[in-house]
Design a protein around this ligand. Structure first.
Ligand code: HEM
Length: 131
């Protein structure tokens, strides 16, 4: 798959899986919830792989400050997956931690969307490298 095609496909798949993860969490369907978390993390990894390949086809410096904003957000968003994973394990042990898990899960979703939006903005502002 071409980097642009692969990136767009896996970004959309990741967001769809994330939405399904939130829905199964809110409806307390634990087994599908955990399977979807694993699928989301794998799909995010594949999207990042294609994003890196896509980045090599552009002069990202030409995008200006949005490049630094996006790279910072992308790292924070990826790291933030540890928070719902840790709080999810804590919620399995004690359901009283569900509220905290909800807040951390929604923060991760918001960061993922923010990284996707700034990443698209960065690519549109960058110069394609002529091969
Ligand atoms: C990206 C990762 C995750 C997202 C976005 C997510 C999202 C959610 C959401 C929105 C809820 C509903 C909270 C509420 O009703 O107040 C929930 C519930 C829950 N999640 Fe997650 N979650 C994630 C990862 C995990 C993981 C890794 C685990 C466990 C290892 C886990 C275990 C649970 C449990 C036990 C519940 C409570 C279900 C119940 O009501 O019985 N979650 N999750």
């Amino acid at each position: 798959m071409e980097p642009l095609q692969g990136f767009v496909v896996f970004l959309l798949v990741t967001v769809a899986l994330l939405v399904a993860t939130v829905v199964t969490g809110l409806t307390a369907r634990l087994k599908p919830h955990l399977v979807l978390v694993a699928c989301t993390v794998v799909s995010l990894g594949v999207a990042i792989y294609y994003a890196e390949q896509l980045g090599e086809q552009y002069d990202l410096e030409a995008a200006g400050a949005i490049k630094d904003v996006h790279l910072a957000l992308a790292k924070i968003a990826t790291l933030s997956y540890l928070a719902p994973i840790a709080s999810g394990i804590a919620t399995l042990r004690n359901r009283a931690r569900k509220k905290l898990h909800l807040v951390l899960a929604l923060t991760t979703v918001a960061l993922t969307v923010a990284a996707a939006v700034t990443g698209t903005w960065m690519i549109l502002a960058a110069e394609p490298l002529v091969k």
